[in-house]
Design a binder for this molecule. Structure first.
Ligand SMILES: NC(=O)c1ccc[n+]([C@@H]2O[C@H](COP(=O)([O-])OP(=O)(O)OC[C@H]3O[C@@H](n4cnc5c(N)ncnc54)[C@H](OP(=O)(O)O)[C@@H]3O)[C@@H](O)[C@H]2O)c1
Length: 349
């Protein structure tokens, strides 16, 4: 395979072309506000209801975005027959119970990352979703972005050859706040579940299962990990180097080294980000960038993908299946335990 003349075009570049669903928002917090703002600005999706633990919070969120129905409990939200799909946007500790609530109500569900708190919870969610035949998908937004669609095609066309290494980072200085969900083990805190999941999911998407993992890291005073670097190796010897930190800045970048060519994913790869394909002699470069849906507005791609999957009658995402979410959660468990970060219920076992 020689170096191509042009990069392939991402097939799903316009989120407005996806079928419109009537969304219910479960947990009207920071990311829920960002997603709703993006859906209203950039898609034909409808947001028709919001559920909060507090009716007042639900009402004020509904007023802010012009949402019809505001419920003071999650149970009322999932029982709304006019809601086609639910977005679960609560802290990690809550995803398990709330996703099961959605499954029991028969509602297709998009669950914020990290999918759950532990792999055991993820396996049970998978089991219950499959048993009930209800669509459930982790909101691993990165997987659905245009730059990943390009990488999928480069891999399919053999342009990269075999992937030898993935080096991916995400570091953002985050001062210690013991009451905040990020640092609270009861709410599923820790840098791995918060941002480490992005480089790790990327590495898993590109390299598949790992046969060994070695992590080094530090803990915040609350006991959750606040910085982790890890080396993961596949059975064929390909490697991923992962770095996630709240203690120091690190570029949200990734380098994907193939046996034929390499890809540089620029900042910030968890959102729409520039991509370069680079030849072995470094002389030929093909560049791609599209900032029509910048930053967190890029979350619309995962919603558009889910709408298309539902229209096609799928019960899982073909790009990031429930088994993939479970596998990534198992890796997160492993790295977290290696650096000495365990949730209370794990310690008691
Ligand atoms: N995709 C992204 O770019 C991105 C970015 C940031 C965060 N996230 C993910 O989004 C999720 C939520 O993050 P966030 O920053 O939006 O969280 P947040 O604002 O702290 O909390 C979201 C909402 O969860 C509800 N909630 C339910 N049980 C709770 C509990 N026990 N403690 C606190 N809140 C509870 C609260 O709403 P009510 O009480 O009103 O129901 C709260 O407003 C996490 O899974 C996170 O990893 C994703």
């Amino acid at each position: 395979m020689t170096f191509p003349l042009a990069l392939p075009a991402p097939p799903h570049i316009d989120p407005r072309k996806a079928p419109a669903l009537r969304w219910g928002i479960l947990g009207p917090g920071i990311i829920a506000a960002d997603l709703v703002a993006a859906l209203l600005a950039h898609t034909g999706q409808e947001v028709v209801a919001v559920g909060s633990r507090s009716r007042d919070r639900a009402r004020s969120f509904a007023e802010r975005f012009g949402i019809d129905r505001a419920y003071g409990s999650y149970e009322e939200l999932v029982a709304d027959p006019g809601v086609d799909a639910i977005y679960v946007a609560t802290p990690m500790s809550e995803h398990y119970a709330q996703t099961l609530l959605c499954i029991e109500a028969g509602k297709p569900t998009l669950v914020e990352k990290s999918f759950t708190r532990t792999a055991a919870e993820a396996r049970e969610v998978q089991r219950r979703a499959v048993e009930a035949g209800v669509f459930v998908m982790e909101a691993m937004k990165t997987r659905y972005l245009p730059q990943m669609q390009i990488i999928d095609q480069l891999l399919g066309d053999g342009v990269l050859g075999t992937i030898d290494s993935v080096v991916a980072q995400y570091g953002v200085v985050t001062p210690y706040q013991p009451q905040h969900r990020l640092f609270d083990p009861i709410l599923g805190g820790g840098v791995l579940l918060d941002i480490g999941v992005y480089p790790l999911s990327l590495a898993f998407t590109l390299l598949g299962e790992f046969s060994s993992a070695h992590a080094s890291g530090t803990l915040a005073p609350s006991g959750v990990e606040d910085a982790v670097s890890a080396l993961l190796t596949t059975s064929t010897g390909s490697r991923a180097l992962i770095n996630a930190s709240w203690r120091g800045e690190a570029p949200v970048r990734a380098d994907i080294g193939g046996s034929l060519n390499r890809v540089e994913l620029g900042e910030s790869f968890q959102n729409p980000a520039p991509l370069s394909l680079v030849s072995p002699d470094r002389r030929r470069r093909l560049e791609w960038d599209d900032q029509r849906f910048p930053g967190r507005a890029g979350m619309v791609f995962q919603v558009a993908a889910m709408a298309r999957y539902l229209e096609a009658g799928l019960t899982e995402s073909p790009l990031h299946s429930l088994s993939d979410s479970v596998a990534v959660m198992a890796l997160l468990d492993e790295l977290r335990h290696q650096v000495g970060s365990q949730f209370d219920d794990e310690r008691q076992r």
